[in-house]
Design a protein around this ligand. Structure first.
Ligand code: GTP
Ligand code: MG
Length: 303
């Protein structure tokens, strides 16, 4: 059970105690982002094991956890007392049963004011973009309440340093063909006096561009192909008028249209080639990863 926390002295004791009560026997780890308040002291007093992260940002903290901590199930929850500890068992159940590799507690039943209108819209745009790019039907990809199996945790590469980490976790898990299950949970207001670490616009942009760059990396044919098809169609339509005129009069009078059409079509061809090369590279990388995994799993032959 892992709780990333940065300056959460208002809530950390309650969160640790709640999860200790609900998850008897589980080790509660608070992964602290170099808090300057009493977070670490209060977490220890409430019975958690406290680690201090080396780098900066929530993403960095989660990467350090996956690299340095060994456990069968990684259950992450925010330290701001917004997610219900009572649902922890439901969230890890699909992993224990072998039905899923990652479980996300979606913020379905929200207390009034728990999520601002801006965050609701932002979350819809981000979740909608992932659904569109990767053909999924997720409800909430940004939730901080999630469980990962050991296999997924040790197989993922995370480059995120900030709040784009949840997006990256979801997309990387999808790409590697692991199973993701969403479980609707409650979501409460951050208590008065505690401060959010999220910058709505700055982090929103970073998350959005993270999706686009992962879409480019993992579905290059679709990414470049869509741009190529759009340019090709535009070039074709513009060029058609030129060709019709040439057929009728034997002359090319619409010189700018002819140039623009050629430019569009040539660019489309280039984009399509980039898409195909990148797709080939991606497939080769997937194959290479598979071979490496297979080789690592092979047991050494005993004499
Ligand atoms: N270890 C660590 N934890 C962090 C860092 N930044 C944020 N956190 C924690 O990550 C969790 C999520 O941060 P929040 O500020 O609640 O972000 P949010 O839930 O998206 O935004 P709100 O809706 O405003 O609460 C909280 O437990 C933070 O304390 C960091 O740099 N390092
Ligand atoms: Mg929060």
């Amino acid at each position: 059970m892992i709780i990333p926390a940065l300056n959460e002295e208002e809530t950390i004791s309650k969160v640790v105690r709640d999860f200790k009560r609900e998850m008897k026997g589980a080790e509660i780890i608070v992964y602290d982002g170099n808090s300057t308040d009493a977070t670490r002291r209060k977490a220890k007093a409430a019975g958690a094991k406290v680690f201090v992260q080396k780098g900066r940002g929530k993403g960095t903290a989660m990467r350090e956890v996956l690299e340095n901590i060994d456990t069968d199930i990684y259950l992450f929850v925010d330290a701001d007392d917004t997610y219900p500890a009572e649902r922890a068992k439901d969230i890890i159940a699909p992993i224990l049963n072998g039905e899923s590799d990652m479980v996300v507690g979606t913020r379905a039943y929200r207390e009034r004011g728990a999520m601002s209108a801006l965050h609701v819209v932002g979350n819809r745009i981000i979740t909608g973009t992932i659904n569109l790019c990767f053909g999924m039907r997720f409800k909430d990809v940004l939730s901080g309440y999630r469980a990962l199996s050991k296999e997924v945790a040790k197989d993922l590469y995370l480059a995120s340093s900030g709040f784009e980490v949840e997006t990256e976790l979801t997309i990387n898990t999808l790409i590697k063909k692991y199973r993701i299950v969403e479980i609707p949970t409650e979501y409460r207001c951050r208590p008065k006096g505690s401060a959010s670490k999220l910058g709505s616009f700055a982090d929103g942009y970073i998350i959005f561009f993270t999706i686009l760059s992962l879409f480019r990396d993992y579905r290059p044919l679709l990414f470049f192909g869509t741009m190529a098809a759009t340019l090709f169609t535009a070039g074709g339509i513009i060029g058609l008028a030129v060709v019709i005129e040439w057929l009728q009069t034997g002359l090319v009078l619409r010189i700018p249209s002819a140039i623009l059409s050629t430019l569009f079509i040539l660019t489309a061809i280039q984009l399509a080639s980039v898409g195909m090369s990148m797709d080939m590279m991606k497939n080769n990388m997937t194959r290479l990863n598979y071979e490496i995994k297979k080789a690592n799993k092979k047991k050494p032959i005993k004499p």
